[in-house]
Write a protein that binds this ligand. Structure first.
Ligand code: DCP
Ligand code: MG
Length: 613
């Protein structure tokens, strides 16, 4: 498994668990003092040999390959290239500095151990005891007492019990959580009628006006809001205050639980704060990105990101807005075209498709012009959590001699770029990200030009999807361009996702995962798992991936044990057909039976093991 430069060991020899860090994380509040080695060892021992473990190993192998590739790219960079990328990075930083806005005051509120706190509120006998909400298969959260043992959300309950034998696990009750969430939202609305709730327990509140109107400090408002939430619900929350939402969210985690942290609207204070900030604390940088940046470039803090900005640009800015604009501009140049209608197509992480167009006074074709107008369209949509972004040009003027009727033109180079990317980019919902127009996700490594069609317009699409890091195959979009008179037909709506199976016949879990009860996994209302009911809003990017992976592993284990049982039964009673009884995974199971050697311990064996222990 992965070799980590700062993991304290290489995972070889007599301490193989040291490299088993995909499952282990102490990134949550309240986990700083956890005995990392003990947790890693237990997690390793309990999952070793399982399909879940194999899946984790595959993920690690993908990341390691990426690390190797990126290191190789680094070595090949010449001095000229590095100085070129330094100029690019410096310019980007200057642009960002120019767009800095310190006039707003945002508050981010995050309930403490939310589900566990609600359960304790309703059953005070749980107070002070290590508690988790979820099941033996998967935990939704753990209270702070349990976190000291390394127990955390998105961890299988049977492993958590091993870490903390006294752990109480209660099943989730979403009605209760929704009820308390509503109470908190009433409080937020008193401070900002347009507050933004991003999950049941998190919200962004713009307190600029209320601070001005009441002539009170943001610190006072933060304390008052926390007290009111406590009075209204009996629950505690933690709050962060900063000039933008991204920073406010970072701040709310600093003094968890039941605390607050105020970052003043002051340039120096912000720069000091950010410079030592571990990159993992920034929304959108999850453990995969953290791992890549650390192992490839030795980056641990935001300041180090600035120091290595040339390398970041050189290695990771492949799919930025500038690239899409450039691709479109190049194609127009090739065709000898100028266009007057620019359309921006967005697919949000909740699969909402938005199309925004602008008709310009003049015909344009340069990447700078395209970028300038595209940025305006994009900024009007912020904040945004993106899955797909595309630019389309229409209303052409033909600058090549001998062609005069733009609408009769046959165009080519309908470009689809399928960028299989990590979750940390695809749902990176900060204004900075989009204002930047850049994709800083290091796992954005692949790009393939899949299709070129004859079309009435030119289009370039950048599609961040989150399949890459778990070694899954992204669905390929097959787009059939329309031919309406305006040339701005909504082509992307005609994109048909085709799920590709990987070499084990397995397809993307979020697309097609079916568990043993025949349930498909998808996110109801975009946050409730259709298989087990766990709630994971969009912003829990990696947790959602883990969650899908876990169900996938669970399903595979079930298949495996069904196969084993079926194999036994078939040996005992060879004439009995079991296929009908084993649906809905019968077909898959039958196929897999050929390759399965029964070497994996079924997940139910873990449950039995846990009971014995
Ligand atoms: N949740 C979940 N599965 C996860 C993560 C979270 O079901 N993998 C649910 C349960 C949590 C709630 O969302 O109680 C809020 O998530 P947080 O990350 O805010 O975690 P907590 O509120 O539990 O703890 P804290 O915010 O104090 O760290
Ligand atoms: Mg919380």
């Amino acid at each position: 498994m992965a070799t980590s430069s700062s993991g304290g060991g290489n995972g070889d020899g007599d301490r193989p668990w040291q490299s088993y860090h995909t499952v282990y994380t102490n990134a949550k509040a309240g986990m700083d003092g956890v005995d990392k080695e003990r947790v890693q060892k237990i997690v390793y021992e309990m999952s070793k040999g399982s399909k879940y473990f194999e899946n984790e190993k595959r993920k690690e192998a993908t990341i390691n390959q990426k690390i190797e590739d990126l290191r190789a790219q680094c070595v090949l960079l010449t001095d000229e290239q590095i100085s070129f990328y330094q100029t690019v990075a410096d310019k980007r930083i200057i642009d960002l500095e120019a767009s800095r806005d310190l006039s707003k005051t945002w508050l981010h509120s995050d309930m403490d151990a939310f589900y566990a706190a609600v359960e304790t509120l309703e059953n005070p006998s749980l107070k002070g005891k290590p508690l988790a909400v979820g099941s033996m298969s998967m935990l939704c959260t753990a209270n702070y007492e349990a976190r000291k043992f390394g127990v955390r959300a998105a961890m299988p309950g049977f492993i958590a019990r091993k870490l903390c034998p006294d752990l109480i696990v209660v099943p989730p009750n979403f009605q209760k959580y929704t009820y308390y969430s509503e109470l908190t939202r009433k409080v937020f609305s008193n401070y900002d009628a347009d507050f933004i709730a991003t999950s049941l327990d998190e919200a962004y509140v713009n307190i600029t006006d209320i601070c001005n109107d009441k002539s009170v400090s943001s610190e006072q408002i933060a304390s008052e809001l926390r007290n009111t939430i406590y009075e209204q619900t009996g629950l505690t929350c933690s709050v962060g205050v900063a000039p933008n939402r991204l920073l406010a969210k970072v701040c709310s985690d600093i003094n968890k639980p039941n605390g607050q942290f105020i970052l003043p609207n002051d340039y120096k204070a912000i720069m000091t704060f950010i410079s030592s900030l571990p990159i993992r604390k920034v929304g959108g940088i999850g453990k995969v990105t953290e791992h890549l940046l650390r192992d490839v470039l030795g980056i641990n803090t935001c300041e180090q990101m600035l120091q290595k900005s040339a390398y970041l640009c050189a290695l990771f800015s492949e799919h930025s807005t500038a690239d899409i604009a450039e691709a479109l501009s190049n194609d127009m140049h090739e065709e000898g075209l100028c266009g007057r209608t620019l359309t921006l197509k967005l697919k949000t992480s909740s699969f909402e498709v938005r199309t925004r167009a602008t008709s310009l006074q003049t015909y344009i074709h340069s990447k700078e012009d395209i970028l300038a107008h595209a940025s305006k369209l994009l900024k009007a949509e912020l904040p945004l959590s993106l899955r797909l972004m595309g630019l389309r040009m229409s209303q052409f003027y033909d600058v090549k001699p001998g062609r005069h009727d733009p609408m009769q033109k046959t165009l080519k180079n309908f470009i689809i770029k399928d960028a299989s990317q990590s979750t940390s980019c695809s749902s990176y919902s900060s204004d900075q990200h989009l204002r930047n127009g850049a994709n800083i996700d290091p796992s954005a490594a692949e790009e393939s030009c899949l299709s070129k069609f004859e079309s009435g317009h030119l289009m370039a699409v950048c599609e961040p999807e989150d399949y890459q890091q778990s070694n899954q195959i992204a669905p390929v979009k097959v787009c059939r361009p329309g031919n309406d008179a305006s040339g701005i037909k909504d082509n992307a709506d005609e994109c048909v996702p085709q799920v590709h199976a990987d070499n084990e016949g397995r397809s993307n879990p979020e697309e097609s995962l079916t568990n043993q009860n025949g349930k498909m996994l998808w996110w109801i209302d975009d946050y409730i798992c259709s298989v087990c009911g766990a709630e994971l809003p969009q912003c829990f990017i990696e947790e959602r991936q883990e969650h899908s992976d876990y169900h996938l592993a669970e399903m595979l284990q079930k298949e495996e044990s069904l196969n084993n049982r079926r194999g036994l039964l078939q040996r005992e009673r060879p004439v009995v057909s079991l296929v009908g009884k084993i649906s809905p995974v019968g077909d898959v199971a039958r196929k897999k039976q050929k390759t399965s050697k029964g070497k994996f311990i079924p997940i139910d064996a873990f449950f039995n093991r846990y009971k014995k222990d």
